[in-house]
Design a protein. Structure first.
Length: 150
């Protein structure tokens, strides 16, 4: 069921209002007349690489913000480098502390080994010292508190 007769469809198709199959209307291709402004959005890479883009008014008004961002980046880099240096010093200090602890533990175990009774008697005999062991335990001398004397 057609809305128009074939004769009317052909007339409209020839006028550019309707396509051949009668389903799409086509507008005639009309070109603009008069002066057309150049397209500013299509910048070439030559302008970017030569630096001409930095002189445009739209970019120049963002200079303070760009400098502020650069300052923040430099401060952030300094902060990170300072933190990394502090971490390296802390790690070096911990390594040094572990070395000192292990040496202290080694010396403590050697000292405990050296002051054992059997090792002391062997060392006295080796050095040829004339020391003898007491057979009686030592006597504790206490202060007489009732008379107030010392």
């Amino acid at each position: 069921m057609g809305l128009f007769s074939r004769k009317q469809q052909k007339q409209r198709a020839s006028q550019g209002v309707m396509s051949q199959n009668g389903r799409q209307s086509t507008a005639p291709d009309v070109k603009p007349t008069g002066a057309v402004a150049p397209d500013r959005g299509n910048r070439t890479s030559r302008g970017i690489f030569s630096g001409d883009v930095l002189y445009s008014q739209t970019i120049r008004r963002h200079y303070p913000f760009a400098l502020y961002c650069c300052l923040l980046i430099i401060l952030y880099m300094g902060y990170i480098f300072n933190c990394q240096r502090t971490q390296r010093e802390e790690i070096a200090s911990r390594i040094e502390l572990q070395k000192v602890r292990s040496r202290a533990l080694l010396l403590s175990s050697e000292r405990l080994e050296a002051v054992r009774h059997s090792n002391l008697t062997e060392e006295i005999q080796r050095r040829g010292l004339d020391l003898q062991q007491w057979n009686t335990p030592p006597v504790i001398i206490r202060r007489n508190e009732s008379r107030g004397e010392r």
